[in-house]
Ligand binder design. Structure first.
Ligand code: AGP
Length: 609
């Protein structure tokens, strides 16, 4: 997820673009860049790091000009670096472009362009678009953008300027957000409303497939295919702070609600439209190498570790690969046995967690092939791994990990299915059925988010208690651990995640009305078992909040309160079960007036031991 801005008017573009990018910094902040038109020239400025580096750069060396585009990056293809920073230009240097999204067919397009003699200077998918626009440019930048977009597969929100047409700025979107701001003798574009809110509150919100051609005098809206289109002007009545959170009260709530989009981005380029195949093009491991692994080992910290446990369960269940696991803070110090035929999998949102990084380095030093499942592109864990699968969830600002957890689990599910196919431990039908189920997850997640009233009711009814037991089994044991952690870390309510089968071996002593039990209880291999555990809880007057599939009427007899998720394969259910558990914790914490986005004593990335 990146941030793009554009301006055409009579004021100095730099001030407006940098100001807009600063308000989009929550969308990405590993590098930034500007392209400004002035007196027949196209001036580029790119920096590594946060926006304050760009602010300092333009202060020390101002850039004149009243038309331009800007970008703040969250790397997906190509590590954070100046040469990978946007804007990117075509070979002539007269066209500059910024982009937010993922181009799925960029490798094919890059090969085609290279065969025509185009030389690339970056590792990004975006540079392909710039060269395509340059290829099709014959004096009309809007027509060239139109032709280039027709070749693209994937997601894009782009803004384009051309040195030879200084009075036009062109923008287009597909599956990435883009808005147009209406001014008086000036017009704006931005990835999101905060980018332009200090300049205008009247915007067009573009739809997928829309294009906008901005001049100082006006805005032409059309489809990328050329047909004119009309949009009502939307008047924004949010304040800037709320706008950065997309109108949500907290970044955490915004990120919980971003999960359907994040799931689509995690699968983008890995499960193509209309396909039942999983492709992991970024994986260096050949099928033969994958077959060479006799065991796996998962290590991480906190929420990321629980996502790793989801992956462990799926790799064992689907790929029949023995997978062990341990917390990184334990693994790194217990002089473990590390086998050369072991695939060590680390999981990390930030890619900077000290214990996880140390465990990874130890495994690698002892000859194990390492694969990391990471959100932050180019982070230390990503760089030190032999292979990395990025989750493409976009920046996660809230300290409590939400969309990263579910996307880590989703990417691990794709990897487990890929391994199962290579190891021939899954039938074609079962493989196709699970891939199809993965593709349904974004819409199913949206259904949960479309009606959170029952979850709000549950937090209102049970949020005053100070102790909770989270019980899980099988695929959803990690859900119990993660649900308890979410409640603990943002509401400061004590909650313990436990294997339901272990309850009789001690925790059952805790059961009483003032210690409610939360239990994922979805139909599947261990449903009857978890239900009998709930009966044991009930027999001791324990209150029960169950998380169950829609349509499961039996569960009503065994729980005091039922939170529902759409039916899906039990193996993938942790990805959906996470959402009500995240929201339950969120509403309990918010009701207690806790600082949800920055809970006490916590940091987003624990880069020290
Ligand atoms: C997540 O809610 C927690 N804040 C914490 O457990 C986190 O998951 C853990 O510190 C690992 O961070 P990482 O994913 O960036 O490695």
């Amino acid at each position: 997820m990146c941030g793009i801005v554009g301006y055409i008017g009579s004021k100095r573009a730099t001030d407006i673009l940098v100001g807009g990018l600063k308000r989009l910094e929550y969308r990405g902040y590993d590098s930034a860049g500007l392209a400004i038109l002035h007196e027949g020239e196209l001036k580029l400025r790119k920096v590594l790091g946060k926006l304050r580096v760009m602010e300092q750069s333009v202060e020390e060396e101002p850039i004149e000009g009243t038309v331009g585009i800007g970008h703040t990056r969250w790397a997906t293809h190509g590590r954070p670096s100046v040469r990978n920073a946007h804007p990117h230009t075509d070979s002539s240097g007269r066209i500059a472009l910024v982009h937010n999204g993922i181009i799925e067919n960029y490798v094919e397009l890059k090969t085609e362009l290279q065969a025509e003699g185009v030389e690339f200077v970056s590792d990004t998918d975006t540079e392909v678009i710039a060269h395509l626009v340059g290829k099709y440019y014959k004096g009309d930048i809007a027509a060239a953008v139109r032709e280039a977009c027709a070749r693209l597969e994937g997601a894009y929100a782009i803004a384009v300027v051309c040195r030879d047409e200084p009075d036009r700025l062109v923008a287009a979107r597909l599956f990435s957000p883009l808005i147009v701001g209406l001014g008086d003798g000036e017009n704006f574009i931005g990835s999101d409303i905060p980018a332009i809110l200090d300049r205008t509150r009247d915007v067009y919100i573009l739809d997928d497939g829309d294009m906008a051609i901005l001049t100082r005098e006006g805005i032409e809206l059309c489809r990328v295919t050329g047909e004119p289109v009309r949009h009502e002007v939307y008047h924004v009545d949010w304040d800037a702070g709320a706008a950065e959170k997309g109108g949500y009260k907290h970044f955490m709530l915004k990120e919980i609600n971003e999960q359907p989009t994040a799931f689509r981005n995690a699968m983008r380029g890995r499960i193509r439209e209309g396909s039942s195949e999983i492709e992991l093009p970024e994986l260096s491991l050949t099928d033969e190498q994958l077959l060479g692994f006799r065991r796996g080992f998962v290590t991480a910290c906190g929420t990321a570790y629980y996502a790793g446990l989801v992956g462990k369960f799926l790799l064992e269940n689907l790929a029949r690969l023995p997978v062990d696991s341990d917390l990184a803070s334990e693994y790194r110090y217990r002089n473990p046995i590390i086998h050369k035929d072991q695939l060590t999998i680390t999981v990390s949102q930030s890619g900077e967690t000290a214990d996880t990084l140390a465990a990874l380095r130890m495994a690698r030093e002892q000859g194990s092939h390492t694969l990391s499942i990471v959100n932050a592109v180019g982070s230390s864990i990503a760089r030190d791994s032999d292979d990395v699968l990025y989750i493409n969830a976009g920046p996660e600002i809230g300290v409590a990990s939400t969309k990263a957890y579910s996307c880590q689990s989703l990417v691990l599910a794709m990897f487990a299915l890929h391994m199962a196919k290579v190891r021939k431990t899954i039938s074609k039908e079962r493989y196709a059925q699970l891939v199809d189920e993965l593709k349904q997850l974004p819409d199913k997640a949206q259904r949960i988010l479309d009606d959170v009233s029952r979850i709000q009711e549950a937090s209102a009814k049970y949020g005053q208690y100070n102790n909770f037991l989270y019980l899980g089994r099988g695929a959803n044991l990690p859900s119990a651990y993660e649900g308890a952690l979410k409640l603990k870390e943002i509401s400061y309510i004590h909650a313990e995640g436990y294997a339901a089968g272990e309850m009789k071996h001690g925790p059952i002593a805790l059961i009483e009305p003032a210690c409610p039990t939360v239990a994922p209880a979805v139909r599947g291999a261990v449903y009857e078992k978890i239900v009998s555990n709930l009966q044991e809880v009930r027999a001791r007057d324990g209150q029960i909040i169950a998380v169950a599939f829609e349509g499961d009427t039996d569960i009503e007899r065994h729980a005091d309160f039922v939170l529902r998720v759409p039916e899906c394969d039990e193996l993938l259910s942790p990805i959906l079960v996470a959402l009500p558990l995240q929201l339950f914790a969120y509403y309990c914490a918010d009701a207690r007036g806790c600082d949800v986005d920055q809970p006490r004593n916590l940091a987003k990335s624990v880069t020290v031991e």
